[in-house]
Design a protein around this ligand. Structure first.
Ligand SMILES: NC(=O)c1ccc[n+]([C@@H]2O[C@H](COP(=O)([O-])OP(=O)(O)OC[C@H]3O[C@@H](n4cnc5c(N)ncnc54)[C@H](OP(=O)(O)O)[C@@H]3O)[C@@H](O)[C@H]2O)c1
Length: 377
């Protein structure tokens, strides 16, 4: 491999020295052997060029990308995998060459024109890297608009950074759709409200529990068994209901006699009757998944009389302003130590090397419990 060339937009810093410094500074002492493969003009990337099963994913060498105006280049440390990544791979055509995965974390190692040089060396978390773009996070270096590379608060790990994106932004959007909720969550924003999070051991459910609790809500969650109950407790849920072991509607009504103001719903049709049974007057269901049942039947008159609403969430198509509110709130919650990940926060990490990205996708498709991370660099 050829030695690295200085970046056109590295603010006068030789890219070679800077990247060496950054990698050492963030991963402990590493000899140059540990940097092999990251100092050439080529880099490793996972790509697919047609849709299909995880066998369409290939490891390829690609040229090191250069940031354009308003962009940063990130030396990716972790690529976070979500259900959307395997769904898009399955349903898309991959042309001309798609790098998968929306979420990730890493270190800014070059900046384009108009981006302050102070961003060099920043540890960042990434969101929507592959949305309407060919460049996801399953590659050693990634160029993207600078606002999609958000500085990680000092105490936050890069593993946490790669766990935020889709799940936390979806949870934030859902939590801002209830009665009286502000556009951006903050401590006290949901004070006095009770929120039901369906599926509290899921990735979105985990983030919803933590953000709702940070915002001051009383949080009730449902799970399918004792192992998931322990995870939901670790996430901070006040009350956990095992929907397989007990009458969930009765249990939730006993906890919240006046009903819950908001349900963050993963199984929209399956849980419609439960949600109807536990909603307070004026309450809302913010739903983000079909969970295999594409249509739901709702009683129109009852919804009118009780002033209930069902509101859909697809993170990609919410207004940009709402995405930026989510990013800002997530940033604040992480800085305050209120939004965490890993086993102690109810979201165990599962690590895969870059060359086993296909297995990582299969694990998520197989509903592994926790967060799948790809160790990229
Ligand atoms: N619309 C959006 O913007 C958006 C954003 C992110 C994710 N999603 C979608 O949302 C789904 C979940 O994503 P994820 O990353 O959170 O997946 P995940 O980590 O696999 O979690 C899914 C959770 O759903 C729970 N669940 C399934 N049926 C349930 C039911 N009837 N009642 C309560 N909980 C139930 C599961 O728990 P049990 O099996 O124990 O019930 C599991 O904990 C995926 O389909 C994903 O594509 C959509």
């Amino acid at each position: 491999m050829a030695p690295a060339r200085p970046s056109r937009h590295s603010g006068g810093l030789p890219a070679f020295n800077f990247r060496t410094h950054v990698r050492k500074g963030n991963k402990g002492l590493r000899g140059t052997n540990g940097l092999a493969g990251r100092l050439g003009t080529d880099m490793k990337a996972i790509v697919y060029t047609r849709g299909g099963g995880s066998d369409v994913l290939e490891l390829r060498e690609r040229p090191l990308p250069e940031p354009g105006p308003g962009e940063v280049r990130v030396a990716v440390r972790f690529s976070g995998v979500n259900p959307t990544d395997w769904k898009r791979r399955t349903g898309g055509d991959g042309s001309p060459e798609q790098v998968p995965n929306q979420d990730g974390s890493g270190v800014v190692d070059a900046v384009g024109a108009g981006v302050p040089a102070e961003r060099l060396g920043q540890r960042v978390w990434l969101w929507e890297a592959a949305y309407e773009r060919a460049d996801g996070t399953a590659q050693e270096y990634l160029v993207l608009p600078e606002r999609q590379a958000v500085p990680l608060p000092e105490q936050a790990s890069l593993e946490l950074g790669a766990s935020l994106g889709i799940p936390a932004m979806t949870a934030h959007r859902a939590l801002t759709l209830g009665p009286g909720a502000p556009e951006r969550l903050a401590p006290g924003a949901l004070a006095g409200q009770t929120v039901l999070v369906a599926g509290g051991a899921g990735a979105v459910g985990n983030a919803a529990i933590q953000l709702a609790r940070w915002a001051g809500a009383t949080v009730v969650t449902t799970v399918s068994g004792p192992e998931k109950a322990a995870l939901a407790k670790a996430a901070g849920a006040h009350h956990v209901v095992d929907y397989r072991a007990e009458d969930a509607a009765a249990a939730i009504r006993a906890l919240a006699p006046a009903g819950v103001e908001l349900v963050v719903e993963v199984a929209t049709a399956t849980n419609a009757a439960l949600d109807l049974a536990v909603l307070a007057t004026g309450g809302a269901v913010a739903f983000y998944s079909e969970a295999g049942v594409p249509e739901v039947t709702l009683p129109v008159r009852e919804l009118m009389v009780r002033n209930l609403s069902w509101r859909g969430v697809l993170i990609y198509t919410i207004p940009l302003e709402a995405k930026l509110h989510a990013v800002a709130a997530i940033q604040q919650a992480v800085a305050e130590g209120a939004l965490r990940a890993g086993a102690e926060a109810g979201l165990p990490w599962h690590h895969y090397p870059l060359e086993r990205t296909a297995e990582a996708h299969d694990a998520v498709q197989g509903s592994i419990v926790g967060k799948v991370l790809i160790d990229v660099g």
